[in-house]
Ligand binder design. Structure first.
Ligand code: ADP
Length: 532
């Protein structure tokens, strides 16, 4: 089993500081309450006699101990440690021994119990077995837990091991009950008469108390896990129960008797609460992990899609141009009298398109590798000029008139040259495509100016088909496109690049027709002219 699965099991999970404090507080509270009751010397004060309480108490013990045993067995089936098998059997023991104890209890199912003879004698014997047995299971658990090499069950299946434990424990309890009934006349007596206990009971109570103390000491020495910590509290409550109801022996329905039952219920259900709490926490963590995993998978798919779409989108256009120009160039050369000058022009354009494709790939790489951005001081007008040169062929092909205007004194800006060129290239290509699909005057205006706060605004205005107002919000969304061959990635990439430069990318309608995209880059004061 993988190490991290082991770490999630209660018997291996180390207790947190809060859990340690909580356990200490619970233990202190119980010991103080018991001390308070003993100090008043009022244990024998008779409280209301609720007859239904004994069967209810028995049922509650049976249910909570059985559930605890089932949960502990489940933990055992994960880690397969013998120690866990033993402590689970301890809870099976306490759950099952309650049955004959309740059957024999005088006045519960019959005035003298259902097991015949001197039933209260059998009841006390069963009580003694119950209370002496549990600390022994805890001692065995503590000893096995730190045994080296770790005592793990390998040969037997978890199911058979659990079944064997239940069968052995149930057989032991049945045999003990049978022997108690069969030989009750020969047994040393716990009761002197119907009300008073003999010295044997006090010896037994001392033995149970000593066993509980030994269990606490062993757990303390070997304590490592959450289960160890809470078992210590359980044993402390268990010890308190024995002391409070035996020294002196509390009569039924007295304050001491009620306090003893409360301790017993508490010690029986503490581990159950802790188990349920921890299992819920692990379950919540599991749900969180599954959600995070599926989110991550989704994000990876989207990123993968986005990268593929971007590469396809950005590269397709220069590639198509390269092919057309290569064919045209070849045609010029194929003539009977080759037109060398014209062919040369086409090949120059091919070189420019190739550079453009390379720039685009660099841009995509820089965009996805955020740390790899190279920020330098640059002149935006030079960048615009270079970009217009890259699309020179397209502009000519679609008979587009270019108006490039600039305020002479523009400050330099700090930015990633390749990324900003990619933005300009994308916006200009979109403008060309918007105008190519429409007849009429085709004008591309690229205007750079100073903004009021000393930054730079670059507007790319076209006289194309324009953007319907209902689409203005969507065009920046990844994968939104209205073009049959479009990828819908260009504008979303442009916006993320501009925003990573602390700028804004805006869009508004051009007058009388078309669209204007405006890049706003805020002012940055040059301190040095070196690469950042
Ligand atoms: P693509 O160009 O692959 O469709 P973009 O993200 O670059 O992806 O553009 C998204 C959409 O925005 C385009 O399909 C188009 O409808 C619209 N668009 C972008 N620029 C313009 C423009 N200059 N004129 C009109 N519509 C535009």
């Amino acid at each position: 089993m993988p190490a991290h699965a082991q770490d999630l099991v209660l018997s291996n999970l180390p207790p947190s500081r809060t859990q340690q404090k909580l356990a200490l507080s619970v233990a202190l509270l119980i010991v103080l309450a018991a001390f308070f009751i003993s100090a008043t010397g009022e244990q024998q004060v008779k409280l209301a006699a609720v007859d239904a309480l004994v069967p209810l108490y028995g049922m509650a013990m049976f249910v909570s101990d059985s559930i605890t045993a089932v949960l502990l067995f489940t933990q055992f089936s994960i880690v397969r440690s013998r120690a866990l098998l033993i402590i689970s059997s301890g809870y099976v023991w306490t759950a099952l021994v309650v049955i004959p104890w309740l059957l024999s209890f005088p006045g519960v199912f019959a005035p003298h119990g259902l097991l015949g003879g001197s039933s209260s004698e059998i009841t006390v014997w069963l009580y003694a077995l119950w209370h002496a047995g549990f600390p022994m299971f805890v001692i065995a658990y503590a000893l096995l837990k730190t045994a080296q090499p770790p005592m793990q069950l390998r040969r037997m299946s978890a199911g058979s091991a659990i079944l064997s434990c239940i069968v052995v424990t149930a057989t032991a309890i049945s045999a003990a009950t049978y022997l108690l009934i069969a030989f009750q006349a020969h047994l040393p007596r716990f009761m002197e008469d119907a009300v008073n206990f003999s010295a044997l009971w006090y010896y037994t109570a001392v033995i149970i108390a000593l066993l509980s103390i030994l269990a606490i000491i062993l757990l303390w020495i070997r304590r490592k896990s959450l289960l160890d910590l809470w078992l210590m509290v359980v044993m402390l409550v268990f010890l308190t129960e024995v002391l409070i109801s035996s020294f002196p022996v509390s009569a039924r329905f007295s304050l001491g008797w009620y306090a003893g039952r409360t301790c017993s219920l508490l010690s029986g259900s503490l581990i159950l609460f802790v188990l349920l709490y921890e299992i819920t926490i692990v379950y919540a963590r599991l749900i969180g992990a599954v959600r995070a995993q599926s989110r991550e998978r989704g994000a990876r798919l989207v990123t993968g899609d986005a990268v593929a779409a971007t590469i396809a989108h950005e590269i397709k256009q220069p590639l198509a141009a390269i092919m057309t120009r290569a064919e045209t160039g070849l045609r010029w050369l194929d003539r009977s009298l080759p037109e060398l000058e014209r062919a040369k022009e086409q090949f120059k354009e091919i070189v420019a398109d190739g550079r453009r494709a390379a720039a685009v790939i660099e841009g995509i790489r820089a965009n996805f590798k955020k740390d790899a951005q190279i920020r330098i001081w640059l002149d935006i007008n030079v960048l615009i000029e270079e970009t217009l040169t890259l699309v020179h062929g397209d502009l000519q092909q679609h008979r587009i008139l270019v108006r490039a205007e600039s305020q002479a004194e523009l400050p330099q800006i700090m930015g990633d040259r390749i990324q900003l060129q990619q933005v300009l290239l994308n916006l200009i290509t979109n403008a060309i495509e918007a105008m190519a699909s429409k007849d009429g005057l085709r004008v591309l205006a690229v205007i750079s100016e100073l903004t009021k706060d000393g930054g730079i605004a670059v507007s790319i205005a076209d006289t194309g088909k324009g953007i319907p107002s209902k689409e203005t919000d969507q065009i920046f969304n990844p994968l939104f496109t209205t073009k049959p061959e479009g990828m819908g990635m260009g504008l979303s990439i442009c916006r993320s690049i501009v925003e990573s430069h602390d700028g804004n990318l805006l869009v508004f309608p051009n007058s009388p027709q078309g669209a204007v995209f405006q890049i706003i880059l805020h002012a940055t004061r040059p301190t040095s002219r070196t690469s950042a």
